[in-house]
Design a protein around this ligand. Structure first.
Ligand SMILES: Cc1ncc(COP(=O)(O)O)c(C=O)c1O
Length: 390
């Protein structure tokens, strides 16, 4: 960029660094989006890109899908939020129960909030404080799950989390032997994006399931990104039944969302009928617009569409790998493993493809074959331009 974007000049005066989300920042500063339609985004300079970022995997049907917009508009035209529950949250909970088999649900407005409430639910249910999680996994920006030693997080909060290496059966067995009777939950993302989008091993996941039960701890699976990979989420591929699940991203149909699911027993801490002691607020939690948009997005993402999208992703990964790139992930989620992710980001952006700032690509049902082919070309071109081999 040779000229300074006038929007950035204004933005940096009023927003630290020029924007709100650390996760979308790319040096020297990201372009500003103006509109999106289907698989395409246009920025404030008029530059068009195929969107492989999809708001960090959330937009499973791309931008401004007509049926989702209609569902949101219909809900909004009867009121956007109420100081009463609505049928929309009941519909959504039934839909999630049907897809996952997880019996009960509660909603909030972000994945961060969902993980925070999941941790609280586990602690309230077990009467224990300790949470085990795995290094490199991102679970949002709630105090307990950000990097150890992160500034702004009290040591006492960080001390109530044990962080173990991922996929390390021995380290997990040792930790459970030493602390198992004090562990409220074991929190895992089965294919953590920030940790490289490498799927957990079956042996590791089986061990988590067995030892959590043996020690009276809950197994909590964070499916905020991975839910898109299967009808009821990635955990179904592993054949396990989690005690708690957190969802977000695609289930909001493009609107703010978070959710946790569990059995009535585990979630009873939230129930006024069971004299639950844990409050669940959120002025806009379970609002009709998000619920209606999300339910429509999920209905449109049926088994056939999930399989098609996963096959397209697998095919792309095979082709890129065959050309010498290191590409992690599974199905519709791909992660380009390169040394300089910022250089890669800009190279792809300039050549018409928007990816995550860490090299994450997520496909959407809005993409056609031609667009997927353009993505393949752009990545191969960036690969040779940057010599991104590692
Ligand atoms: C696995 C996982 N958990 C939690 C979160 C936090 O979700 P949100 O950004 O909606 O707060 C994310 C976001 O990327 C995530 O990938």
């Amino acid at each position: 960029m040779t000229t300074v974007d006038p929007l950035y000049t204004r933005a940096v005066e009023v927003l630290p660094g020029g924007n709100t989300r650390s996760t979308v920042f790319v040096a020297p500063h990201p372009p500003y989006a103006v509109r999106g339609s289907g698989a395409v985004v246009v920025d404030s300079t008029g530059h068009e890109v195929i969107d492989c970022n999809n708001n960090y995997t959330a937009l499973i049907h791309g931008h401004a899908h007509p049926e989702i917009l209609e569902a949101a508009a219909t809900a909004a035209s009867s009121g956007t939020a109420f100081g009463l529950p609505t049928h929309y949250e009941v519909d959504m909970a039934e839909l999630l129960r049907h897809r996952t088999g997880v019996p009960q649900w509660r909603f909030c407005n972000s994945g961060t909030e969902a993980v925070m409430m999941l941790v609280r639910a586990a602690r309230a249910h077990t009467g224990r404080d300790l949470i085990i999680r795995f290094s490199g996994s991102y679970h949002g920006t709630y105090d307990g799950v950000v990097s150890q030693g992160a500034s702004g997080v009290p040591a006492a909060v960080a001390d109530s989390f044990i962080v173990l290496p991922p996929n390390d059966v021995t380290a997990f067995e040792t930790a459970m032997r030493e602390h198992g009777d004090r562990v409220a939950a074991v929190l895992i993302d089965l294919m953590p994006n920030r940790a490289g989008l490498v799927p957990s091993t079956q042996e590791f996941v089986d061990t988590l399931r067995t030892l959590s039960t043996a020690h009276g701890a809950l197994l909590a699976v964070d499916e905020i990104i991975t839910f898109r990979l299967g009808f009821g989420g990635l955990h179904q591929r592993y054949g396990i039944t989690p005690d708690l699940v957190s969802l977000g991203k695609i289930i909001g149909g493009g609107y703010p969302i978070g959710a946790i699911g569990g059995s009535p027993d585990v979630l009873s801490s939230f129930s006024p009928l069971a004299n639950g002691t844990v409050a669940w607020g959120g002025t806009f939690s379970a609002n009709p617009v998000t619920m209606a948009a999300g339910a429509t997005a999920l209905r449109l993402f049926d088994t056939e569409r999930i399989e098609d999208l996963n096959s397209a992703g697998d095919q792309l990964r095979i082709e890129l790998s065959a050309a010498g790139l290191t590409v992690n992930g599974s199905g519709s989620l791909l992660r380009l493993v390169v040394e300089d992710t910022t250089a890669l980001w800009w190279e792809l952006y300039r050549h018409g493809v928007l990816v995550g700032t860490n090299g994450l690509l997520s496909l959407s049902t809005a993409m056609n074959d031609e667009q997927i082919e353009s993505i393949r070309h752009a990545v191969l071109r960036a690969h040779s331009a940057l010599d991104t081999r590692v």
